[in-house]
Unconditional design. Structure first.
Length: 196
């Protein structure tokens, strides 16, 4: 359930980033103060949702939730706590989430420490930062999802498990089987050694 909360938080952060990238920019260019005024709270809300997503990923690593592909491929149950926490951003997906999180921290810094600047300028700055954030979030959600789940299928009594079977491993077994059939020596121990 925690990874799904993180996934949903990323989707909400993407929606907020799209809103922040478009509406305050329009407000700044056309002089609509209501659209300009929504830039700061929208950026702060985006930060909250990205922080929730990052915490959900860290929680999955800390609790060894191996149903999450990112956790299953970048952690193991024997790692000490500090290494499991560092594994949160140690993968490609986790580092993208960390970059997005740091970008939203800077967005919040702009909202808090730019009171001396004109609101139109702040709206434009936050709009540009939100556009970059949209790129990161879209890339994350569409191609490098940190919360992608692993699903096990049941094939008769054989459980094709997400942690046990890798497609490259299957390719090795198939290659070893073909090689054994080509040489007319079908020995199970020979297949085992060739696959590994």
């Amino acid at each position: 359930m925690i990874p799904e909360i993180g996934q949903f938080a990323l989707i909400l952060a993407l929606m907020l980033a799209l809103t922040l990238a478009v509406l305050p920019q329009i407000g700044a260019s056309r002089g609509i103060s209501q659209l300009v005024a929504m830039a700061r709270p929208t950026a702060q809300a985006q930060f909250i949702f990205v922080a929730i997503a990052f915490c959900c990923l860290a929680y999955s690593f800390i609790n060894n939730d191996f149903s999450v592909l990112n956790v299953a491929t970048n952690s193991n149950s024997h790692l000490p706590l500090q290494y499991r926490l560092a594994a949160t951003w140690g993968s490609h997906e986790g580092s993208l989430l960390l970059w997005t999180f740091m970008l939203t921290i800077w967005m919040v810094a702009v909202t808090l420490f730019s009171n001396h600047l004109p609101d139109e300028m702040v709206a434009r700055v936050l709009g540009v930062m939100a556009t970059i954030s949209v790129g990161f979030l879209l890339f994350m959600l569409l191609t490098s999802n940190p919360f992608e789940r692993l699903f096990c299928g049941i094939l008769g009594r054989l459980r094709v498990c997400d942690l046990c079977v890798d497609w490259r491993q299957i390719g090795c077994y198939v290659g070893a089987l073909v090689a054994a059939l080509d040489h007319s020596c079908l020995d199970v121990s020979d297949l085992w050694h060739r696959a590994w």
